[in-house]
Design a protein around this ligand. Structure first.
Ligand SMILES: Cc1cc2nc3c(=O)[nH]c(=O)nc-3n(C[C@H](O)[C@H](O)[C@H](O)COP(=O)(O)OP(=O)(O)OC[C@H]3O[C@@H](n4cnc5c(N)ncnc54)[C@H](O)[C@@H]3O)c2cc1C
Length: 478
């Protein structure tokens, strides 16, 4: 069976991959000249890669880890020491660590927290533990029900002080959804905390050994095309064409550079484009349906990624760092963390600027200058006398990235199956339990492939394995 998929981010590519496994033939349409969506990367004139975002993989990502295994590229994940490292703004240039010992969960997490005395006093540790107990013991249903609160409201409700929020959770909230705890839904932080505390290696991090485009998306495209599928770049979906009964008749592809528009017909259709363009492309006949109206409650959040090349080494730390700066979120010296970008003499910092709503319209030069002023606080020893010299930089702005996970969003996230018989959704914004992440994107694509394969078993599917998926959970179904 032929399946047309619009969008070649991780969700669209994962959907196509699992459809080929189920004996179907996917045709993936990507509007840009590069696949990968939010993990896309480009090479500059020197051959250096610059990326849409600094990406880390977690031990708590079962579906993406399984995908790496299935593609035979597990060795491309560079696992780091099990630790979380935070800058200490009150002592510029120093770090505070949460080191996870080799013990079963949740003991390793508890010991990591108990051993850290820089960021949490004993009374704060007790406060925090008491606050988190219900989320740990009462399960994901309890967590889903906290979607009515921001994380700040939930912490307050649990009697956790403002200081604990300042110390740890601003950094965590920005790293998970590029917004602060006074905006983010409590569901996001509590879901992540549960995964990190329940699984021994849940919070263990890995970096890819090069650009996601080359090291992850290319093998996915090769896998799909080797099994009869197609991935077409520069092929933007312009319109979803419908029949009289509201089902999809075809995908209209915009002709570029003077070429004619083209209609692609298939047996089933998938939107794996972000929720923002999908909302403006909904056929008239669907706009009154509650399922699609709920999408109005979802919107991409702005974020900015910077890569800065310096003439010297600024740090030897081989791990993600939580800046605890009001401007920046997480960052890493990719010359240490990533084999493909390794340099023993010079640093290449990759930094995420968030929340980015006040910066997204500013010029690259303004964004660079404000970031450099922050680096003076993070690396005072390299920006005093004889300061480190910036060799070059790239700024990538994403005005609408992952869905902004504010309270009330969970009930707006759609299932992969829609009320339209031959139309499905994939994307990290769709309902699955890994929120707006690479794992969420891969899992959503897998769930979509599974729904299609169940509705239309391929003639030769008896010999093929259906993908094993983590069940989607949402407030309605959990
Ligand atoms: C700065 C940053 C850092 C991040 N860090 C992490 C991290 O450390 N760990 C983590 O797990 N996740 C991280 N994420 C989130 C993760 O990248 C996303 O959740 C995931 O990649 C989303 O994949 P997707 O396929 O759902 O959507 P997208 O990647 O948005 O894919 C959608 C695709 O549709 C295409 N498209 C749009 N319109 C059309 C059209 N009309 N026709 C055809 N194609 C179209 C787009 O070009 C794109 O390729 C980060 C994201 C950003 C931006």
């Amino acid at each position: 069976m032929r399946v047309a998929i619009a969008g070649a981010g991780l969700a669209g590519l994962s959907c196509a991959k699992y459809l080929t496994d189920a004996g179907h033939t996917p045709v993936v349409l990507e509007s840009r000249d590069v696949v990968g969506g939010l993990v896309a990367a480009w090479q500059d004139a020197d051959g250096d890669w610059y990326e849409t975002g600094l990406h880390v993989f977690f031990g708590a990502y079962p579906n993406i880890l399984q995908l790496f295994k299935e593609l035979g590229i597990e060795d491309r994940l560079q696992w780091k020491q099990h630790t979380m490292i935070f800058n200490q703004p009150e002592k510029p240039g120093t770090y505070s660590r949460f080191d996870f010992p080799d013990l079963p969960a949740p003991l390793n997490g508890i010991v990591a927290i108990l051993r850290n005395n820089d960021m949490l006093s004993w009374s704060e540790k007790i406060q925090l533990a008491k606050g988190l107990v219900p989320a740990m013991l009462r399960g994901q249903q309890y967590v889903e029900n906290t979607d009515k609160y921001t994380f700040s409201e939930w912490l307050k409700h649990q009697g956790v002080s403002e200081e604990v929020q300042q110390d740890i959770f601003i950094a965590a909230s920005k790293s998970l959804n590029f917004i602060n705890p006074d905006e983010i839904s409590a569901v996001v932080l509590l879901t992540a905390l549960r995964a990190f505390l329940q699984e021994k290696n849940g919070s263990k991090m890995a970096f890819l050994d090069g650009s996601p485009t080359e090291r992850l998306c290319s093998p996915l495209v090769d896998y799909i095309t080797a099994r009869g599928g197609e991935v077409r770049s520069n092929a933007p979906l312009k319109e979803i064409l419908t029949n009289g009964d509201g089902t999809v008749r075809g995908f209209l592809i915009r002709g570029l550079n003077g070429a004619e528009d083209e209609v692609l017909t298939a047996d089933a259709y998938v939107s794996a484009i972000p929720v923002d363009p999908l909302k403006v492309m909904l056929p008239k006949a669907w706009q009154q349906m509650e399922f699609f109206q709920k999408l109005e409650g979802l919107e991409g959040v702005p974020v900015i990624n910077l890569q800065l090349w310096f003439d010297r080494k600024l740090t030897e730390i081989d791990q993600l760092l939580f800046s605890r700066s009001s401007l920046l979120s997480v960052y890493a010296d990719m010359s240490n963390t990533c084999r493909g970008y390794a340099n023993p003499d010079q640093s290449m910092l990759e930094l995420v600027l968030a929340p980015a709503k006040d910066w997204i319209t500013k010029s690259d030069e303004e964004i660079l200058q404000v970031t450099l002023s922050e680096l003076k606080k993070l690396f005072p020893m390299h920006f005093g006398e004889n300061p480190a010299k910036l060799l070059k930089y790239h700024v990538v702005k994403t005005p609408r990235s992952v869905y902004k996970a504010v309270p009330g969003c969970q009930q707006c996230r759609p299932s992969q199956k829609t009320p339209i018989a031959n139309f499905y959704l994939a994307g990290s914004y769709t309902m699955q339990r890994f929120l707006g992440s690479m794992e969420g994107a891969v899992l959503s694509g897998k769930l979509t492939a599974q729904a299609i394969a169940e509705a239309h078993p391929a003639a030769n599917s008896s010999s093929l394995q259906m993908p094993t998926v983590q069940p989607a959970t949402n407030a309605a179904t959990a």
